[in-house]
Design a protein. Structure first.
Length: 420
C-alpha cells in the first residue's frame, strides 16, 4: 500500500475544529501515514450516533487505513468505539494533544501503539500547549484560551469529556494574538468550553474581562476582538467595562441561557435565574446600545410543562435575543437529567423547538430590517460576503478584498443576509 497522508474528520464544536488543526500538525511531524482520524462530539446521544455512522462510512471509503477515534465521545465512552470492528485505536482528549501519542504511531503503526489510550480527564490540570496560531478563515482566527468546565449542569456530559476548567495564561494568549495580527488577521475570537471561568486557576485569579482589557491594550493593531459563548451570570466588572468603553470588542455576545423558567433552571443546576438573564441583557444594551445577543436554549427538558415553556419562549423577546441555537432535549445517559422520570415526549419537544426557532426567525427578520440605511464596518470573509460587528452576514454585488474591513451602507435584506 502506498503511503498516504492522514485524513481528518471533525464533528461538533469550534474547539474540536481547533484541536483537529493541532492534530494535523502533530501527525505530520510524526510522519503518520495511512490513517483516518475522527474527532468526535459527545454533547448528545445523537452526536455519538452520528460519530458511529461517520466511522462506518470512513471505513468503507478507506478500507486499508487505520481508523483512529478521539474527541469527547471517545473520552466519555471509549468502550462504544473499541467495540466497533471498524476502529483500530481510541485516544482520549488529553492524549490527542500530546506529541508522544503521535510519534509512537510513526509511519507504520508496528506494535508501538496501545489500542486504547484514554486516561482520567479529571486529573488534568493544564491546557495543552498552543500548538497552532489560531485557525479559521483568512479574515478571522480562533484562539483557545480555556478548556474544561467546573460546573455540573444536569443535562451536560461535556465536563466528563473535557475535564475541569483550565486556563491559558494571559501572556501566552497575548503573544499568540500578536503573531496572528502580524500574519494579517483583522479579527480574533476567544474560545473555550466555559469561557467566563477563565483565570480562576491562574495566580491572583484574574477574570475574563481582565484578559480582554489586556489584549486590547497590548495588541493595539488588533482591529476586532470577539468573544464566543459566555455564561452571563459570571460576567465580571472588567468585562462590562470593556463592553462600555472598547469599540474594538465586538457588540455581539452568545449567551448560555438554556431556559427561561426558574424551576427548570434550578433542575438544570444552572447558576442564574430568569431575572438575572434579563438584567444582564438590559445592562449590556445600556452600556452598548448596538449590542446583539445569541443564545443556547433547550426545548423539552424533563418536567417542562406548557407554562415552563411559555416562560422560555417569552425570554426571546424579554432579552431581545437575535441568534438562537435551539436544542431539542435528548436523553444523555450518564447525566442526572436522564434519570428524571418525567421526560417530555418527543413530539412535544419537536413542536416546542419549532416554536422557539420561529420566534428566533422573527427576531432575526426584525434585526435585519432595522439595519437598512445604516452604515456598518464589515469584515470580508470572501469577496462577496462579510459580517458586521454584530456578526450579521452582508452580501455584496461587487467583489471586495477578502480579509479587509470595508465600510458600507446597508441597502436591503435577502433571506437571512443584508445586502450592500
Amino acid at each position: 500500500m502506498s503511503a498516504k497522508p492522514p485524513v481528518f474528520a471533525t464533528l461538533g464544536c469550534r474547539l474540536n475544529a481547533y484541536e483537529t488543526e493541532a492534530m494535523k500538525d502533530l501527525a505530520a511531524k510524526a510522519g503518520v501515514e495511512n490513517a483516518v482520524v475522527v474527532n468526535t462530539c459527545a454533547v448528545t446521544a445523537e452526536a455519538v450516533r452520528k460519530a458511529r455512522q461517520e466511522i462506518r462510512k470512513l471505513r468503507r471509503d478507506n478500507p486499508d487505513a487505520k481508523i483512529i477515534v478521539t474527541g469527547c465521545a471517545a473520552q466519555t465512552e471509549p468502550e462504544t468505539f473499541t467495540s466497533m470492528s471498524e476502529v483500530d485505536i481510541v485516544i482520549g482528549n488529553t492524549e490527542k494533544m500530546q506529541p508522544e501519542t503521535w510519534s509512537a504511531m510513526g509511519p507504520d503503526f508496528i506494535g508501538q501503539t496501545e489500542r486504547v489510550q484514554v486516561d482520567d480527564i479529571m486529573s488534568v490540570t493544564e491546557t495543552a500547549g498552543h500548538l497552532i496560531d489560531g485557525f479559521g478563515t483568512r479574515s478571522r482566527a480562533y484562539v483557545q484560551v480555556q478548556n474544561g468546565c467546573d460546573h455540573r449542569c444536569t443535562f451536560c456530559i461535556i465536563p466528563y469529556g473535557r475535564g475541569n476548567s483550565r486556563s491559558v495564561p494571559a501572556g501566552v494568549v497575548v503573544d499568540q494574538i500578536k503573531r496572528l495580527v502580524d500574519k494579517g488577521f483583522n479579527e480574533v475570537v476567544l474560545t473555550g468550553v466555559d469561557l467566563t471561568s477563565w483565570g480562576a486557576d491562574l495566580p491572583a485569579a484574574p477574570r475574563l474581562g481582565d484578559l480582554v482589557m489586556r489584549i486590547l491594550k497590548l495588541v493595539p493593531d488588533l482591529a476586532r476582538l470577539r468573544i464566543s459563548s459566555i455564561d452571563s451570570i459570571e460576567a465580571d466588572d472588567a468585562l462590562m467595562q470593556a463592553i462600555a468603553t472598547e469599540p474594538r470588542l465586538m457588540p455581539h455576545l452568545h449567551l448560555s441561557l438554556q431556559h427561561g423558567d426558574d424551576m427548570i433552571l434550578k433542575r438544570m443546576a444552572r447558576r442564574h435565574l430568569r431575572d438575572d438573564a434579563i438584567a444582564f441583557c438590559a445592562e449590556a444594551k445600556r452600556l452598548r446600545p448596538d449590542m446583539t445577543f445569541g443564545a443556547d436554549i433547550i426545548a423539552g427538558f424533563p418536567t417542562e410543562t406548557d407554562a415552563h415553556f411559555e416562560n422560555s419562549l417569552k425570554l426571546v423577546s424579554d432579552c431581545d435575543l437575535t441568534w438562537l441555537h435551539v436544542f431539542p432535549y435528548s436523553k444523555r445517559e450518564g447525566t442526572p437529567a436522564a434519570k428524571i422520570p418525567s421526560q417530555v415526549n418527543g413530539k412535544t419537544i419537536k413542536e416546542r423547538a419549532a416554536r422557539l426557532r420561529s420566534a428566533g426567525d422573527a427576531q432575526v427578520a426584525r434585526h435585519l430590517t432595522a439595519q437598512i440605511g445604516r452604515t456598518h464596518r464589515i469584515l470580508m470573509e470572501n469577496p462577496l460576503m462579510g459580517r458586521t460587528e454584530q456578526f450579521t452576514e452582508v452580501s455584496f454585488s461587487a467583489q471586495q478584498v477578502e480579509g479587509q474591513i470595508v465600510t458600507a451602507t446597508i441597502l436591503g435584506v435577502s433571506g437571512t443576509q443584508l445586502t450592500a
